[in-house]
Design a protein around this ligand. Structure first.
Ligand SMILES: Nc1ncnc2c1ncn2[C@@H]1O[C@H](COP(=O)(O)OP(=O)(O)OP(=O)(O)O)[C@@H](O)[C@H]1O
Ligand SMILES: [Mg+2]
Length: 292
């Protein structure tokens, strides 16, 4: 199926992509590991100020896609442009400079187990080698507070943190260099519903305060519905569609039917229609699916 790239309005507060230039532009991406083809002609665009979520079955290549976009993995073919620059054409110094413009929260937190909370957060700043250590500590403490933790947590080791705290510390580290773009890989996976809601509220607030563009991979429907302006569906080795949820749920595809219009999906979508969200036709679609 041909990839559909949306130009619809953001549903959760992001401005409409319209005719603006994307800050991430993936074209004709192919990724192979030996005989395994993970992506085959994948296209995706991400616009400034939006929350773009990526969904897809387990193993469809969501993490591998993020890793290629941030330059941790090389595509087999195709181009990836970030902030207008082709990643493949960048020299190492330029790539390093570009890396300071985004932060990534990895799927499993990826905190260094031998470093304290504050040293984990300070790491990206220390790697820059341009600030004295007292300033680095001060800046890292500010980031810790920004994600809802306190100085009391600074000297804890990763093994002593709850799941929700690990996610927050990982987020604080992703924000250490004050990026304009953050990638979140399964940010609420493994959290209980309350911790998950708190995390969603935190991202909303940070997005507003820091004017972040967010690219998020999640299986969690409630998080997806609460935060996304558009959702990109990864299926058949491509981005099948990248649309606001009300438009997305109208596409006739087995993954979309199963994911959004199953019992859990309909519950999440009706919560969306109950809130101050422009997705009232989502409820209509969800309700209709429930009747059939
Ligand atoms: N370094 C690697 N070498 C070989 N195969 C890999 C490598 N990294 C990922 N893969 C394969 O690429 C495919 C996509 O993996 P990926 O981790 O991106 O899936 P995902 O969509 O993020 O899944 P999940 O939802 O479970 O996190 C899988 O088949 C995986 O085994
Ligand atoms: Mg993954």
């Amino acid at each position: 199926m041909t990839a559909i790239i949306d130009s619809g309005a953001g549903a959760n507060g992001g401005t409409s992509p319209g005719a603006r230039t994307p800050i991430i532009e993936v074209r004709g991406l192919v990724k192979r590991f030996g005989d395994t083809v993970v992506h085959d002609g994948l296209d995706l665009e991400v616009y400034r100020d939006e929350v773009l979520s990526i969904v897809g079955g387990s193993g469809t290549g969501k993490t591998v896609l993020l890793r290629q976009i941030v330059g941790l993995e090389r595509p087999s073919a195709g181009t990836i442009r970030l902030f207008g620059e082709d990643l493949a054409g960048l020299d190492p110094a330029r790539l390093q400079w570009m890396r300071n413009r985004w932060g990534m929260q990895f799927q499993r937190g990826a905190l260094f187990s031998s470093l304290s909370v504050i040293d984990n957060i300070a790491l990206p700043l220390r790697e820059l080698r341009c600030l004295p250590d007292n300033l680095i500590c001060e800046a890292s403490l500010l980031k810790l507070e920004l994600v809802g933790l306190s100085a009391r947590d600074a000297d804890k080791m990763p093994a002593d943190l709850s799941g929700g705290m690990v996610k927050r510390v990982a987020l604080a580290r992703a924000l250490a260099l004050e990026p304009e773009l953050v990638f979140l890989d399964e940010p609420t996976a493994g959290l209980d519903p309350m911790a998950s809601d708190d995390y969603v509220a935190l991202i909303r607030e940070l997005r507003r305060e820091l004017k972040l563009t967010v690219v998020m991979v999640t299986h969690d429907l409630d998080t997806l519905v609460a935060l996304s302006d558009r959702v990109a569906v990864l299926a058949d080795r491509k981005v099948l569609a990248a649309l606001p949820i009300p438009q997305l749920v109208k596409i006739d595809h087995p993954f979309i039917r199963e994911y959004f219009l199953g019992e859990r999906g309909r519950r999440a979508l009706s919560a969306l229609s109950a809130g101050a969200n422009p997705a009232s036709d989502v409820a209509a679609v969800a309700g209709h699916a429930g009747e059939s």
